[in-house]
Design a protein around this ligand. Structure first.
Ligand code: GRF
Length: 197
């Protein structure tokens, strides 16, 4: 069987992208074939060089308004897309071209603290400001709206009254590293019959 070819989209540091890469290295059924960012200076490109994975940049306007992204995904024969800290809305044409083949991780317990503008530290600040007793991660399929696709998995962690948003971010990142690759693997097994064989 040919490996399932993954693209990981990331706008920033890319620590999840690297963690996913390590999880699947040695698994001949999955290949991280492309890293895509909307920022040419994002640290994820440095990580890609280290991992030996091709990384590309498409500026926001190009990503949204042209068919470049579809061409790129076609060129690299991508089967499945993982959003790991990617900030742009996924255009409808991309959702339609990859039905049930795009997943995102959100660093809170959706439907709380989601939607446009809720990303990175803003999410954790909002959680602390709201006096939440717990937060966590949500892994979900992607549709045309921010953070609204079908939820696949959630995991929680406690928020202490003394926690700063940075401390919350660290707890959430630990959950992401622990669960995201495994949940991706479960989704691949569900979406690609050949994977589980
Ligand atoms: C993660 O917390 C992810 O959930 C969020 O953005 C962050 C990305 O971190 N959407 P990194 O780039 O993987 O280090």
């Amino acid at each position: 069987m040919n490996p399932i070819r993954l693209a990981i989209f990331a706008s920033g540091s890319g620590s999840n992208a690297e963690n996913i890469y390590h999880y699947f290295s040695g698994n001949d059924k999955v290949e991280i074939a492309l890293i895509l960012s909307d920022k040419s200076q994002a640290f994820v490109h440095q990580r890609a060089i280290k991992m030996g994975v091709v990384s590309k940049t498409l500026q926001a306007a190009v990503f949204k308004e042209s068919d470049e992204v579809l061409s790129l995904l076609n060129e690299y024969r991508i089967d499945f897309i993982v959003l790991a800290g990617f900030l742009l809305l996924i255009p409808a044409k991309l959702v339609q071209a990859f039905p049930n083949k795009i997943v995102n991780i959100h660093p809170a317990l959706l439907p709380k603290f989601g939607g446009k503008g809720m990303y990175g530290d803003r999410v954790h600040k909002a959680v602390v400001d709201a006096g939440e007793k717990q937060t966590g991660i949500t892994i979900h399929y992607v549709n045309e709206n921010y953070d609204e696709g079908q939820v696949v998995f959630q995991a929680t962690c406690p928020v202490e009254s003394t926690d700063t948003s940075e401390e919350v971010a660290n707890k959430v990142h630990a959950l992401e590293y622990k669960h995201f690759p495994k949940v991706i693997e479960l989704i691949l097994a569900k979406e690609f019959e050949a994977y589980s064989r």
